[in-house]
Ligand binder design. Sequence first.
Ligand code: PNS
Length: 141
Amino acid sequence: MVAIYPGSFNPFHKGHKDVLEKALQVFEYVIVAQGINPDKKIEFDITKVHDMDIENEDRISCIKYSGLLKDCISIWNPDVIIKGLRNAQDLEYETTMQYWNEDLGITIPTFYVITDRNLRHISSSAIRSLEKINEQQKTEA
Ligand code: PNS
């Protein structure tokens, strides 16, 4: 079975890697699909995931999509969607997204993977904030 793992991945971090490796234990192939939102500047090149020492890296593809996830799914035809959950807020957000996706016509099921307990605090937004502060400190030095 083929899974699609959609997200902004801006950047793709250890928590995402954990979810991806867990998905690869169950599914034969995982498509890591970076959704490009025209209102947000995506700085992370998703093809860099191939350099991240992923277990079973030969069974992943990294792609970008813009527009609806539904349209990306009709092109790639995966069997399931994978999403990671760190906490109750993620569950709330992802449940709403799943209902929207169903209303938009996605019929394949979504499987949720609980992130490793040691990685629950990691988020792309925290990483971006730290990088920004580091950059500021470098220019001030
Ligand atoms: O990293 P995220 O924020 O969970 O990624 C969200 C993403 C990119 C997977 C999601 O926003 C998405 O698929 N956007 C494409 C537009 C879409 O299909 N929206 C439908 C629900 S409103």
